[in-house]
Design a protein around this ligand. Structure first.
Ligand code: MG
Length: 372
């Protein structure tokens, strides 16, 4: 199963925007990982919704704990395939750093505001702006000065683009696939959220076991197995057993599927120029992955239970966006100076996108219900 011949070595890196001396102990990707862990945007993910808003339970995932779970899975898969586990882990830790408050509702709300100006909001693009500009921790350069491959992995997290398609990404090898380590993160992200969201939704009482058994045959097979193995175990514990085995099933499918797809490839350049991404599930595990996603979409993400949260989040973002457009003098002064040269709607968008859920709620309260 070794794909060591396709491993991306730190020496192959196109380097940093601002050259720096080598670190005595760490390779360049380990350094990038540590820069990300010490960044503000990384810490802020602790109060950004993954699916279930914080406050309803202390046990639901937030964006930070989700990122740690993605990093765990990605690192294990990268090690099993003998790919570069440092690059893969770094990309997993940073993959959601550009998410605005309130998860996908927040992203949809910001995108709608930006459309009014013929502009867009995209969390991968925002992630790049964070690590390139907004993190201000070094005297010698703006941002975190990450290696090219980490920045490339951020913008190509879930999709590739053709030359000229996204002008902001022109320098990131448009038309080429990212290295395998970056391709892995996208699918490990799916494994992490499909299984974790099922777990959280079950805890919230949104997904009765029988409904999942009907929708996902692999889940049913594992559920029957746990009944034989642990006849006296309570349902909750069996659920944990099944979720753990589901992760194993998907991880194994990813390792085997990727190994098979890479059979004819001899080096990183061939990964980059392959017609499709070669990181993939086997047909069987890919089916399970798709069924889980469908199930969650219908029964969790679009459920009435989450609708109220979603609507309130979107209207608060709309309110604040309009407020700061009318009152740019209320934006933090340092922020506007950092943003020199950008149109106001972009500055407002960046400001709101950087907020945690809690900070957005407090800001909304201060503006619209100051005496409550
Ligand atoms: Mg994610």
């Amino acid at each position: 199963m070794s794909l060591a011949r396709l491993r991306f070595l730190p020496e192959q890196s196109r380097g940093r925007r601002y050259p720096e001396p080598q670190d005595p102990y760490r390779n360049e990707f380990q350094r990038d990982r540590d820069r990300i862990i010490h960044s503000r945007a990384f810490r802020r993910m602790v109060d950004k919704t993954q699916v279930f808003a914080s406050g309803t339970s202390d046990h639901f995932r937030n964006r930070l704990t989700h990122s740690l779970e993605v990093a765990q899975i990605t690192r294990s898969v990268a090690c099993a395939l003998e790919l570069n586990e440092d690059l893969a882990e770094t990309l997993a830790l940073v993959h959601d750093v550009g998410h605005p408050p309130f998860a996908h509702s927040g992203e949809a709300a910001l995108a709608a505001e930006m459309r009014e100006f013929g502009d867009t909001f995209d969390h991968n693009q925002h992630g790049l702006r964070i690590v390139e500009q907004f993190e201000s921790r070094y005297a010698r350069f703006p941002g975190l000065n990450l290696t090219f491959e980490v920045r490339e992995g951020i913008v190509k997290h879930s999709r590739d683009f053709a030359p000229g398609e996204v002008p902001a990404f022109n320098e990131y090898l448009p038309g080429f696939k990212p290295p395998l380590e970056a391709q892995l993160v996208d699918l490990c992200d799916e494994i992490a959220y499909n299984t974790a969201d099922l777990d959280d939704a079950y805890s919230a009482g949104l997904t009765p076991v029988d409904a999942i058994r009907q929708a996902v045959p692999k889940f049913d097979e594992l559920w029957v197995w746990t009944a034989r193995q642990f006849p006296d175990a309570p349902e909750r514990k069996r659920m944990h057993e099944v979720i753990r085995m589901l992760i194993h099933h998907l991880v194994t499918g990813l390792i085997e599927g990727t190994t098979a797809a890479c059979a004819g490839l001899g080096n990183v350049h061939e990964v980059r120029t392959a017609p499709q991404r070669v990181c993939q599930f086997t047909a069987k595990s890919g089916e399970t992955d798709k069924q889980l996603k469908q199930y969650l979409l219908r029964n969790v993400y679009h459920s009435d239970w989450l609708r109220e949260d979603r609507e309130s989040a979107m209207s608060r973002i709309h309110d604040l966006f309009q407020h700061f457009l009318k009152h740019p003098e209320e934006l933090p002064p340092g922020y506007t100076v950092d943003q020199k040269g950008e149109p106001l709607h972009r500055v407002v968008c960046d400001y709101i996108a950087g907020m945690t859920d809690g900070f957005l709620n407090r800001t909304w309260q201060a503006v619209f219900e100051p005496f409550k």
